[in-house]
Design a binder for this molecule. Structure first.
Ligand SMILES: [Zn+2]
Length: 98
């Protein structure tokens, strides 16, 4: 999930992965600018494991108690979609592969 996209507003290349309603967004970790958006559905064939958190905001640290789901994306997608369907921003963190 690494990428070298730089923010068009501030030039930082550190992005956060966000799910908002049915969209998957790469967001600048510094200023919060949305850099790339695609459909969350396009992600669902992934077997890569993620941790999904309720998003505290750009650049903010994630608290363990904000964890919503963890596991292969295709298994936790329903939980993520449900949590995102009311407009809650969901931060996806890729789990390291063993
Ligand atoms: Zn930025």
């Amino acid at each position: 999930m690494n990428n070298m996209l730089a923010c068009p507003s501030c030039g930082l290349d550190e992005t956060e992965s966000i799910v908002h309603f049915g969209s998957y967004i790469l967001r600048c970790a510094a200023c919060g600018e949305a850099i790339v958006a695609t459909s969350f559905m396009a992600m669902l064939e992934s077997d890569h494991a993620f941790s999904a958190f309720a998003d505290p905001g750009p650049g903010k640290h994630l608290a363990p108690e904000m964890l919503i789901a963890r596991g292969p994306l295709r298994q936790i997608a329903t939980t993520i979609s449900g949590a995102a369907s009311n407009g809650t921003l969901i931060r996806l963190i890729p789990e390291p592969k063993d």
